[in-house]
Design a binder for this molecule. Structure first.
Ligand SMILES: [Zn+2]
Length: 199
């Protein structure tokens, strides 16, 4: 028994040292607020936390694959590149972003194409072509502006789409902080318009 007590922390340390992602208990107050909000929207549990190789913060339902993390970094790199082109400088660091990887509530769209999405309350999309009966399927959604946070659906393939969704959700956040007028004009897709917004 005594031997087990002393061995256990050593084993745990060793395991967590191997994995960049862990079941973390220590969360900041801001993180806790974001997690609560994301869990309410998705009805998922974001048990894992960590960072992408470039330093964006991640909360996820399952341990994210390296392909997901690399695709997220690629999407942010694309976002920052197009932001620079438009002389937007605020919130253009990887560490400015927190991304939630939710469970995909569907994996195929109505055309039977692989298209993971999360189901979210219909809100302003109620009664529109997007409405599935009180909810809509979204590839991603903005969660918060300060800090910049959004939710995407987990993918097992088609990682180019992950980069696209990251770039597209990021567009709303970059615009919010750098060009409030264009943000207001493009935030609500039920009034038309889509992505990419920035060229
Ligand atoms: Zn959008």
């Amino acid at each position: 028994m005594n031997k087990l007590k002393t061995l256990l922390p050593v084993v745990l340390l060793f395991v967590s040292g191997l994995m960049p992602f862990q079941n973390s208990e220590a969360q900041s107050h801001t993180d806790r607020i974001l997690i609560d909000k994301a869990e309410k929207i998705t009805r998922d549990n974001f048990s894992f936390s960590g960072k992408t190789p470039k330093g964006a913060k991640i909360f996820s339902v399952n341990q994210p694959t390296s392909k997901m993390l690399t695709a997220i970094d690629k999407g942010l790199a694309d976002l920052f590149a197009v932001a620079r082109k438009n002389n937007y400088t605020k919130r253009t660091n990887y560490s400015d972003y927190t991304i939630f990887i939710a469970k995909a509530d569907r994996t195929e769209n109505s055309n039977k194409q692989y298209s993971p999405a999360i189901a979210v309350g219909a809100a302003q999309y109620a009664g529109s072509v997007y409405d599935q009966g009180g909810f809509v399927y979204a590839a991603g959604m903005v969660l918060a502006f300060k800090p910049c946070a959004f939710i995407i659906a987990d993918h097992t393939k088609d990682f180019e789409s992950v980069s696209d969704v990251v770039r597209f959700e990021g567009e709303h956040l970059v615009l919010y902080h750098n060009d409030r007028q264009l943000y207001n004009e493009t935030a609500d897709h039920s009034k038309g318009g889509g992505h990419p917004i920035l060229q």
